[in-house]
Design a protein around this ligand. Sequence first.
Ligand code: SAH
Length: 402
Amino acid sequence: MEEQILRIKKDFVPKYEDGYPLITEEACANPQILTEEGRPFRLEAGDGTFLGRGYYGRQNKGLGWVLTQKEHEPIDERLFQKKLAVALGRRTSLFMDETTNTFRILNGEGDGLGGLTIDYFNGYYLLQWYSAGAYTWQKTIVDLLFQNTDAVGVYEKKRFSSEGGYVSDDDFVTGERAPEPLLVKENGMTFAVYLNDGAMTGLFLDQRDVRQTLRETVPEDARVLNTFSYTGAFSVACALGGAGHTVNVDAANRSLEKTKEQFEVNGLDPASHQILVEDVFTYFRRAIQRGEQYDVVILDPPSFARTKKTTFSAVKDYGKLLEQAFQLTAPGGIVAASTNHAGLYPKKFRAFIYEAMEKTETTGRIKSTFRLPEDFRVDADYPDGNYLKVHLIEKSAEGGLL
Ligand code: SAH
């Protein structure tokens, strides 16, 4: 496809000169030329100065991505080959780690390829496409994966419906089909994942460091409350670390079977744990009334959620969630607060924590902070890609001011 010329408005030129990778509508002088998904363009300032090369791929957050700032470099198979080789090279230590066989091998713009992520699951690869434009490179990328890795099979998720969400489909692409569940290893823990069962696989790879730290630091026999628990991956880490009892709360029916399975594949008895299919907010009210106390309370809500009973928006409601969590945490205990919402900025998230401590008269401190792990590479010129924020907050042993 022949490349078009996309012109950047004067005020935005310095941003693209600096290496900003996302094409936004407001930055373009002639966005109307973008009609053909996947078609490459040459990015120019009004005076014709070269700014970069990219492709048109409309997603919820923009019109496409810049893939190179080198004038002699066309967008073709060679460019993808180079990006993939560099991305794989950056993960050499993870490929060599015998205790881990699941991680991200290409993180969109963080690896210079906005619109696509690729995850590795013990011999299988999962590609996630964020626009129809990115998807036009599907065959090229799949072929390159087989040429450059020991791929057994390839799966994909198309995340570019008109609402920007996942398009349900048979997600198997080629090679051999993976067993269901497929067992993967992370720092010696086992997780059951499903590559062909809807939008999510059962394991969020970006929480690897948090799971490992929970496992290493959870007190022996701790009581753990894991909210928005999904398949219970945090609880598995805590239980393997010596926690005595975990309570898992998630509103989705699927969480019951899937959480049981995660315990079982780790040789843990699900019967010594509680798995509740319930709205977290309902559970919190009851637990506070009953005076329940936990040594570890984990909060990992989605950015937005609507259940039959409640709606939740991280930007608006995270503070309330923290207040309830502090009330349920025993003196000396830990609240693990996580958000994957890019729009809840680090400063605001910390402010929520301090406000909730004040309101509940809790004393304590943020003991450790996590951002994305090394394989979820972030483009320094695109801080929005650095979405994950997790704090472990330790409540002081005296319990509080009261
Ligand atoms: N902590 C999990 C991931 C959480 S994903 C992990 O580490 O794997 C978010 C989960 O929140 C989903 O499983 C969804 O079903 C659940 N959820 C959303 N709103 C909820 C609510 N009000 N009450 C309980 N669960 C909710």
